[in-house]
Ligand binder design. Structure first.
Ligand SMILES: Cc1cc2nc3c(=O)[nH]c(=O)nc-3n(C[C@H](O)[C@H](O)[C@H](O)COP(=O)(O)OP(=O)(O)OC[C@H]3O[C@@H](n4cnc5c(N)ncnc54)[C@H](O)[C@@H]3O)c2cc1C
Length: 313
């Protein structure tokens, strides 16, 4: 008999329980605030490991990020992780944000350098009195408070980077500074992620490198994000959305199928943790989590895979 596909047993395999985290962005308007909180309300019962809130380019959402994180802390049982960048800010300004988070009870920061002020493609220049890069920021956070730190990883290379090897060196520097988890930029071809994982492990990086999954709610928007972040968009993906510009209902079904294929293949290949770029929308992410075996209010556990094999035999 062929070995069972691990993704068929996510609900009942205690040794390999699936863990998810959700990323949101801070809302700009009251309408967006309502949409965000509807999404949080729908996804919270799936008991994510944590939920993260992004920090706008150049720190432009500092107050809104803080307010959203604080509301998650006070109004939900969720564990928030606040994104923080060091671009265009002095060390004192960034330290004040870290201290405010620590005082508010935030115990997890996603530490990032941030994009250059003039946008991606422009040369990055650190603020004269600021943290030099993401690794330096990780050290700063660890010096100030006992806070868990996650960082970024780029399976297809960061656009500024000269090579994947340089990227891996940067990830190693962030780990050496105290980061305990990396979350990847989104990707659509799983082989890209596994190749990167092999290279990171070969470089002695042992922390979890959690795949960032972008359910394609809107193909044109996803393609434009990809162009900016260095992620590639395979021809087969474009072909799947071809001709659906005016057909949102079919587009959504295709998006669910594409994301399902991706995450189940990752599970089959041993991945248990996933970070979802929700774009503040719950429906696709909820459906994918359901496929992964998550149910409202229930921690995954029960039997080990060996029990299932025995039951089936
Ligand atoms: C999971 C995740 C969450 C993110 N959240 C946010 C957010 O909330 N707000 C936001 O503004 N942005 C966010 N970003 C985007 C991120 O800020 C940008 O990609 C930024 O350009 C790099 O920051 P970093 O910390 O990822 O980079 P780093 O890890 O510091 O660098 C990325 C790579 O670029 C190369 N590199 C860096 N600096 C240089 C240099 N000076 N010269 C040559 N090569 C260099 C290195 O090889 C390095 O590996 C996020 C990205 C990811 C993957």
């Amino acid at each position: 008999m062929d070995a069972p596909r691990l993704s068929r047993f996510t609900e009942t395999n205690a040794k390999r329980a699936i863990r998810v985290s959700f990323e949101f962005f801070p809302p700009k308007t009251e309408d967006m605030e309502r949409t965000l909180w509807e999404a949080i309300g729908r996804l919270a019962p799936l008991l994510p490991h944590f939920v993260s809130v992004t920090y706008g380019a150049g720190g432009s959402t500092r107050e809104r990020t803080h307010a959203t994180v604080k509301r998650i802390l006070t109004e939900t049982m969720l564990t928030p992780a606040a994104h923080l960048t060091c671009v265009a800010a002095s060390r004192a300004e960034v330290d004040a944000v870290i201290e405010a988070y620590a005082q508010a009870g935030v115990r997890h920061i996603v530490a990032l350098r941030g994009d250059p002020v003039g946008g991606i493609g422009e040369k990055y220049t650190p603020h004269p009195g600021g943290y030099r890069n993401a690794a330096d920021l990780v050290s700063g956070i660890k010096r100030i408070a006992d806070i868990e730190v996650s960082v970024s990883a780029y399976p297809e290379k960061h656009p500024d980077s000269t090579s994947v090897a340089a990227d891996i060196d940067m990830l190693k520097a962030k780990v050496d500074a105290g980061a305990s988890r990396a979350i990847t930029q989104f990707f659509f071809e799983n082989s890209v992620y596994f190749r990167y994982l092999d290279r990171a492990r070969a470089a002695g990086i042992e922390i979890p490198i959690v795949p960032g999954i972008l359910p394609v709610q809107n193909f044109k928007q996803a393609r434009s994000f990809a162009a900016r972040t260095g992620a590639s968009v395979p021809n087969w993906l474009a072909a799947r959305f071809d001709g659906l510009d005016d057909d949102p209902a079919t587009r959504k079904l295709i998006a669910a199928a594409v994301a399902a294929e991706q995450v189940l293949d990752l599970v089959d290949n041993g991945v248990t943790d996933f970070h979802f770029y929700t774009m503040n929308r719950a429906d696709l992410v909820y459906a994918i989590c359901h496929l992964l075996g998550l149910r409202p209010g229930k921690q995954q556990s029960a039997h080990a895979l060996s029990d299932i094999e025995i039951e089936q035999a």
